[in-house]
Design a protein around this ligand. Structure first.
Ligand code: GLN
Length: 199
């Protein structure tokens, strides 16, 4: 198996690299197309989706990432990363595009401004212990396609974690809470998929 790539153009990619290191799983920064060679999965971090969209085009990463997602490479998006994986957005900027692959509608900035950020714990299907979660200008999932499973919701029913095949998307940041369990779940997804990118 190859390492897991972490898209390292903008956002909190360092925290994801540190979480994979804490799990003793090899990780590489992805900043150019050749960095995708040989990876077994890709994490798209939180940050600002409009900036990740622009930079991934400037660095010629958007098309190869879309192709790898279509080929079934495991991919895990947190917050802005979830936004980048959604097929459809609410409250996108006029020119904003996503990689897509996840048959959901995601609403950006669903909780208001930075001041409305919060931390909580969540019951997460497939993870035994409650998961610590920081919501920072977070999105929510409004609509799920038929092949998408909700894995975690807030007490009011808002969906904040989804999976469809090899695509995992969460609204929140476990990696800033010293929470490794969702990354461990993704590492298991990668091991099961046994995918190696030959991009
Ligand atoms: N609101 C940001 C966006 O639209 C996401 C915030 C985050 O990743 N913490 O991209």
């Amino acid at each position: 198996m190859g390492p897991i790539g972490v898209l390292s153009l903008q956002g909190d990619f360092r925290e994801h690299l540190a979480t994979l290191e804490a799990l003793s799983f090899a990780a590489v920064k992805v900043r150019k197309p050749s960095d995708l060679e040989g990876i077994s999965g890709l994490i798209i971090p939180g940050g600002e989706s409009t900036v990740i969209d622009k930079l991934s085009k400037i660095y010629n990463l958007a098309e190869p990432i879309k192709e790898l997602i279509a080929k079934g490479m495991p991919v895990f998006g947190t917050c802005a990363g979830l936004i980048m994986l959604a097929n459809k957005l609410e409250d996108a900027t006029p020119t904003q595009e996503t990689f897509g692959g996840l048959d959901v509608v995601v609403q950006r900035n669903a909780f208001g401004s930075q001041a409305n950020s919060f931390e909580t714990t969540l019951v997460f299907t497939g993870i035994a212990e409650p998961v610590s979660a920081a919501f920072i200008r977070a999105p929510i999932v409004l609509n799920l396609g038929p092949n998408v499973e909700a894995l975690a919701s807030l007490p009011n029913g808002e969906i904040v974690a989804v999976r469809s095949g090899n695509i995992l998307g969460i609204s929140f940041h476990p990696e800033v809470c010293d929470e490794n369990a969702v990354h461990a779940y993704f590492v298991e997804m990668c091991k099961t998929a046994n995918f190696t990118s030959t991009n």
